[in-house]
Write a protein that binds this ligand. Structure first.
Ligand code: PXP
Length: 254
């Protein structure tokens, strides 16, 4: 029996499309039902300071009404902390945020932010929220996450996805070694950013990784194939990669 690799579908860009015209279509809550039917295990949504896609009312509705658990991505600001404490999503993933960026550009600096992040993470954890830190695959950052008291680390797969040849191989090794380090420290290991049908397999095959968060590619692909088919294919690729792991190396059996 393999521990199933969870798929969190980031539905921010359903809201991006809705906001392009105002009004309520397409509705992110409707997307959640399809994610569930297609084999997704959770919903990820990022409430950005500039509210460029998800808005406060979306996050409140996703936290209260969605049929899947919500993983709220957010910056570690007091304002966001208060929102999370009020809504109590299943999980929070802390990310760095720059106003002008197109998407989350790098991992959080947990090393220099340790003193401030510690109490922030503890306050969320006290309310039963599973807190992950979104980190570049670097040992010092991972160790800081452990010291801070995070429940999980989400490894940033962006550089692995955006490179090729020897550079991608190098990035992949960094991810592998980091995933091992995360698991060895007793933290849950998640991964995400930039993953698509071509890049997901090797990451899904890392036995330490228990959750992938994927958004932009799935929503983009849905334009051509439909949301259910897009997620269904990703699910199948993840499961196939997982099933190919030799049994003794599978998570929980090492
Ligand atoms: N994980 C985190 C922490 C992110 O910030 C994002 C992007 O919002 C993702 C995963 C998903 O990345 P993508 O949209 O490139 O699949």
């Amino acid at each position: 029996m393999t521990e199933r690799l969870r798929l969190g579908v980031n539905i921010d860009h359903v809201a991006t499309l809705r906001n392009a015209r105002g009004g309520g279509h397409p509705d992110p809550l409707r997307a959640v039902e399809i994610v569930a039917q297609a084999g997704g295990d959770g919903i990820t949504a990022h409430l950005r300071e500039d509210r460029r896609h998800m808005r406060d009312a979306d996050i409140a509705a996703l936290a209260k009404e969605a049929v899947l658990p919500l993983n709220l991505e957010m910056a570690a600001t007091d304002a966001m902390g208060n929102i999370a404490l009020a809504l109590k999503p299943h999980a929070v993933c802390l990310v760095p945020e720059k106003r002008q960026e197109l998407t989350t550009e790098g991992g959080l600096d947990a090393v220099s932010g340790k003193a401030r992040l510690g109490p922030f993470v503890q306050a969320l954890a006290k309310e039963g929220i599973a807190v992950a830190l979104f980190l570049d695959p670097e040992f010092a950052q991972i160790e800081a996450a452990k010291a801070i008291g995070a429940f999980a680390v989400e490894l940033h797969t962006g550089r692995y996805c955006d490179t090729d040849g020897p550079e991608r191989a190098r990035e992949f090794r960094r991810l592998q070694e980091s995933a091992e380090r995360v698991a060895a420290l007793g933290l849950e290991c998640h991964a995400g950013h930039g993953l698509c049908f071509d890049t997901v397999g090797p990451v899904a095959a890392m036995p330490e990784v228990v959750e992938l968060n994927i958004g932009h590619f799935l929503i983009g692909e849905a334009i051509f194939a439909g949301l259910e088919a897009s997620i269904g294919k990703m699910r199948a690729l993840m499961d196939a990669a997982r099933d190919a792991i030799p049994t003794p190396a599978r998570h929980g059996f090492a």
